[in-house]
Design a binder for this molecule. Structure first.
Ligand code: NDP
Ligand code: 2IT
Length: 444
């Protein structure tokens, strides 16, 4: 498809040194080829050129003072990618690897993910190369306050609503919200993932992990199967991983391994999630300690080895490109049948090709991890309506949304002649509404 090739090669030339952004754009635009073929008017309107160019990129300095009095400077980012169907919406990531390429890949993915939820939210992403590891609470607070002292002027409940991502959880959202409220003198739903005492939603914390498992459960159900008795690997041990593990276990699966960025634990008896929660959520410690506390569990340095453990279902929930071609081949050789992406872009393009060729049911991130942002949109609805829904109510809505996304991407793949290709199906189903809205708005 000449038009798609042209847009991709221009994107690479105009945005050099952004490999993650190139990767995400390649996956998306290739998946969209059948739609573009049916809509020649999109090329005339330079729709794809506009779709891959963020509406606004904000880069800023974040100076802060540590507990010893030393001054540090980090980079702050907010990419307001696309507001065609609603206010910009997407998380903030604090991790030393953060750069413009990573924020742009996340922002581009977010546009289609948010559209898939069926709720009125546009796409954005932000963050900083700040490393929260090893910092005191006071240092985290000072950093968050400095970050918000610039960010506040660019966001708003009807403009751009950030949330958490890697390195940004309830504690950080609290400090960010406190500073926003102090500067603007407004108690509004400008951030999601807030604490329950100041406008947050029940089930937001659990939503991404639970949602991932709800979608995988639906994929299993459509094949007359279930989680019961399945061996599962969940990579990561943060917010998404912990609640994916919790829901998978509650459905009768045996989760045998998890990791953090130092190494993985293999517990053939099944991961004791209360121990993981204690180490990661309460003590903010290292997963290595799990093996000291649980008899029969093994700890191994390094992450890649986790994918050599045989499993039926793999749920990568840590970070981008954690499954490469070699790991995908090993998983397939060991009999994996389902891969559900909890993290954003955890599989390389080559790994995806391996899974799809082997007939693995592959549930791509923008669909499979959409439960987090969907529940953020439910939090926004509760904030606007000054309402507070019960856990059961939010969880039921989340489950319905995940099942709908699964069938929408499945139907889109069938409609466009690529049955079972959920990468294409998710891209197409997400893109349709965004494209229609962009066309309706004229050349903007
Ligand atoms: P957390 O910060 O809570 O947890 C991240 C986990 O991944 C930690 O265990 C961390 O280990 C590990 N990790 C991070 N970077 C690496 C790395 N380079 N190599 C190995 N392990 C790594 O983040 P979340 O759980 O919120 O996010 C996980 C993924 O899910 C991300 O891709 C995020 O974009 C995506 N996501 C998150 C949503 C949310 O609602 N939070 C929604 C949708 C997607 P360590 O502790 O050692 O750093
Ligand atoms: O990648 C994601 O979807 C998130 N980090 C959640 C974003 C949100 O606004 O809840």
């Amino acid at each position: 498809m000449q038009y798609v090739e042209k847009v991709l090669s221009e994107l690479k030339a105009k945005n050099p040194n952004e490999p993650e952004f190139h990767q995400a754009a390649t996956e998306i635009l290739n998946g969209l080829k059948p739609v573009i073929e049916r809509h020649p008017e999109y090329e005339k309107a330079a729709l794809l050129e506009r779709f891959v160019e963020p509406e606004r990129v904000i880069l800023f300095r974040v100076p802060w003072v540590d507990d010893s009095g030393a001054v540090h400077v980090n980079k702050g980012y907010r990419v307001q990618f696309n507001s065609a169907i609603g206010p910009y919406k997407g998380g903030l990531r604090f991790h030393p690897s953060v750069n413009l390429s990573i924020i742009k890949f996340l922002g581009l993915e977010q546009i289609l993910k948010n559209s898939l939820t069926g709720l009125p939210i546009g796409g954005g992403k932000g963050g900083s190369d700040f490393d929260p590891k090893g910092k005191t609470d006071h240092e985290i607070m000072k950093f968050c306050q400095s970050f918000m002292t610039e960010l506040y002027r660019h966001i708003g409940q009807d403009t751009d609503v950030p949330a958490g991502d890697i390195g940004v959880g309830g504690r950080e959202i609290g400090y960010l919200f406190g500073q926003y409220k102090r500067i603007r003198d407004e108690h509004v739903g400008v951030l999601t993932g807030r604490g329950l005492s100041y406008g947050g939603s029940l089930a937001r914390k659990e939503a991404t992990g639970y949602g991932l498992v709800y979608m995988t459960e639906e994929a299993l159900k459509c094949r007359k199967d279930s989680f019961k008795g399945k061996t599962v690997i969940v990579s990561g041990s943060g917010n998404v991983a912990i609640y994916a593990c919790e829901k998978a276990q509650s459905l009768g699966a045996k989760v045998v391994a998890m990791y953090d960025s130092n190494g993985y634990v293999y517990d053939k008896n099944g991961i004791k999630l209360d121990v993981v929660k204690q180490i990661k959520e309460v003590e903010r410690g290292r997963l290595k300690e799990y093996a000291d506390r649980v008899q029969g569990a093994e700890y191994r340095e390094g992450c890649k080895g986790i994918w050599t453990i045989p499993c039926d279902i793999a749920l990568p929930c840590a970070t981008q490109n954690e499954i490469d071609k070699e790991s995908a081949e090993t998983l397939v050789k060991n009999g994996v049948k389902y891969v559900g992406e909890g993290a954003n872009m955890p599989s390389t393009l080559e790994a995806i090709a391996v899974f799809q060729k082997a007939g693995v049911v592959f549930l791509p991130a923008k669909a499979a991890n959409a439960g987090g942002v969907a529940t953020s949109a439910l939090e926004m609805a509760q904030s606007s309506g000054r309402l507070f829904w019960s856990f059961e109510e939010v969880d039921a809505k989340l489950k319905t949304i995940m099942i709908n996304i699964y069938h929408n991407m499945d139907d889109a793949a069938k409609e466009y002649g690529v049955e079972g290709d959920y990468v294409a199906g998710a891209n197409i189903a997400g893109f349709k509404k965004v494209a229609e809205a962009m066309m309706a708005h004229g050349i903007v």
